[in-house]
Design a protein around this ligand. Structure first.
Ligand SMILES: Cc1ncc(COP(=O)(O)O)c(C=O)c1O
Length: 370
């Protein structure tokens, strides 16, 4: 879609990065750290300053006690954390439960680690977990469950009952949960997010993955973190040692500073994204499109199933949109490995108002012609 967006000079609401340059003080801290700080290899586990800040951060937001020395590690983005966790925790032939739609890196990484994927399919409008499907996929070979919460591409947050239900299956089948929680701070409408690690039964079975890229709207920084009980973290650290070994120390220093920012930063960031979400959602609804609820992430989804574009399917609609309206979006079926939902299209709303308004103007002209 990004290639088509360039070809047709489209407003690109496909790829998920914000227009906002990110908090100036955090960027300034990184710049200062480049000029006056340490620019050689930092410790493999991350600089102590950042590991301590991560532990403090989760104590502050989720009242979880993490020992920064044995339970916190810094990685080069959440992607490296995911790769390390999957390589470390899967033995060839182990089964891995994945929830589709899923982030694009999951399946190739699971397969590369020798894992056998077993899919639970989530469906609009609520994308909730269905126990019959859990019953069908969990078995004695299940070793790892990979959950993304809040969930990209749907912009949904699993309710506590879904997490409790999944927790019972994880404990009952003696598995480990890898929880990709990179969107944990990008939440709207006062929706709360519970890290899986905070469920008492999962405290020693959950590998929590976060990303400063999403917390500070600095997606290119690729500073991620892993929090897990010591026995789990130790094996994930072994994979990290030979994947990237370290992450730029100056960015780590800036993230350490950022994680201690006061609540006003976090509420302000949410408010700003929520205003953009509402502006774009209102525009889409005025065009008669059916907008699904979005309570997290940079994404808003449109359900085509009942409207005039039902026959196009998501891929056909996105192709028409980029070619005829010059607006790029992403078909959600691309996030499924099998039996996809083909009626949902994802738009990134984390853009300047002018960009969103231009996209809406182009969509309006397209709808009038269609
Ligand atoms: C669910 C999910 N996991 C991981 C990532 C990648 O995070 P990072 O850039 O820190 O590697 C993203 C980025 O969009 C994401 O949406």
């Amino acid at each position: 879609m990004s290639r088509l967006a360039r070809q047709f000079d489209a407003v690109n609401l496909g790829q998920g990065f914000p227009d906002d340059p990110g908090p100036e003080d955090v960027r300034r801290k990184a710049a200062d750290a480049v000029m006056t700080g340490w620019n050689q290899y930092p410790p493999m586990m991350g600089i102590p300053e950042l590991r301590q800040a991560i532990a403090r951060h989760y104590q502050r937001f989720h009242q979880v006690d993490l020992d920064w020395e044995s339970e916190v590690m810094v990685t080069s983005g959440a992607t490296e954390a995911l790769a390390g966790a999957l390589l470390a925790l899967i033995e060839p032939g182990d089964e891995v439960v994945l929830f589709q739609p899923m982030y694009d890196a999951y399946l190739p990484l699971v397969r590369r680690a020798g894992g056998i994927p077993r899919f639970v399919t989530l469906r609009p409008p609520h994308w909730h977990i269905d126990e019959d499907q859990l019953r069908a996929v969990f078995n004695k070979k299940t070793r790892v469950v990979l959950l993304n919460n809040p969930l990209n591409p749907t912009g949904s947050v699993f309710p506590r009952e879904d997490l409790d239900l999944l927790g019972r299956y994880i404990v009952g089948h003696d598995c480990v949960a890898i929880c990709d929680e990179v969107w944990e701070h990008v939440l709207f409408d006062d929706v709360a997010h519970s890290p899986l690690l905070t469920l008492p039964a999962l405290r020693n079975r959950a590998v929590k993955i976060g990303s400063a890229g999403k917390i500070f709207s600095l997606t290119g920084w690729k500073v991620g973190f892993v929090c897990a009980a010591p026995d789990l973290l130790r094996v994930v650290a072994k994979a990290h040692q030979y994947l990237t070994f370290t992450t730029p120390p100056n960015l780590q220093a800036a993230v350490a500073y950022g994680l201690d920012k006061d609540d006003a930063y976090f509420t302000g960031m949410r408010r700003d994204f929520q205003v953009a979400r509402d502006r774009f959602a209102t525009g889409l609804k005025a065009l008669g499109l059916s907008v699904l609820p979005s309570s997290a992430s940079y994404f808003l989804n449109v359900d085509l199933s009942k409207g005039p574009f039902a026959n196009d399917g998501d891929t056909g609609f996105c192709t028409r949109l980029v070619e005829e309206a010059r607006v790029a979006s992403i078909p959600v079926s691309a996030f499924y490995a099998e039996a996809p939902v083909t009626s949902v299209v994802r738009f990134c709303f984390a853009k300047r108002f002018e960009t969103l308004d231009e996209a809406l103007a182009r969509l309006t002209a397209f709808m009038q012609r269609a």
